[in-house]
Design a protein around this ligand. Structure first.
Ligand SMILES: [Fe+2]
Length: 157
């Protein structure tokens, strides 16, 4: 049953599409961050091992909130690995084990790409879809990615 909250079905469907693509990207980034948590090595091993753990825990919370927002908009939420891979624009690198600096660079690039996409999605949600709730929700998520990106950049300077 579609919610009766003053947003047209077309606009709700647009919001669900935006949120589903975001969910897929966050899932892939979550898995990537876990892989780096497991495989990081070198002088800063424990520092980065813990840093990545904090980041994937934060991503896990966001993932749950995104999935539940799709539900709040009256839609079913995708939840299979094949759907996540199909909808995600973030690249996985099977069999590759970068050094710790390249791990940080790779994660930074993914977070920044998500921020760039979110900025477009926020405008589309507010202006085109008239979905202030989703625009606000996405703005909060974008700020979280900005904070993670800032932290990662500090390691790379
Ligand atoms: Fe662990």
């Amino acid at each position: 049953m579609k919610p009766d909250i003053g947003i047209s079905n077309k606009h709700i469907n647009n919001s669900v599409e935006i949120l589903s693509s975001l969910l897929a990207n966050e899932m892939i980034l979550y898995v990537k961050t876990r892989k780096f948590h497991w495989n990081v090595s070198g002088e800063s091993f424990m520092e980065l091992h813990k840093l990545f753990e904090g980041q994937y825990n934060q991503l896990e919370e966001s993932i749950d909130e995104i999935a539940e927002r799709i539900g709040k908009l009256g839609s079913k939420t995708i939840g299979t690995m094949s759907e996540f891979i199909e909808l995600s624009s973030i690249q996985e690198n099977p069999g590759k084990y970068p050094n710790s600096k390249d791990m940080l660079k790779d994660l930074l690039s993914d977070h920044e790409n998500i921020i760039i996409q979110l900025r477009k999605d926020i405008d589309e949600s507010a202006d085109k879809n008239k979905d202030a709730g989703t625009a606000d929700f996405l703005t909060g998520l974008m700020e979280q990615h900005e904070t993670i990106s800032w932290v990662i950049r500090r390691y790379l300077n």
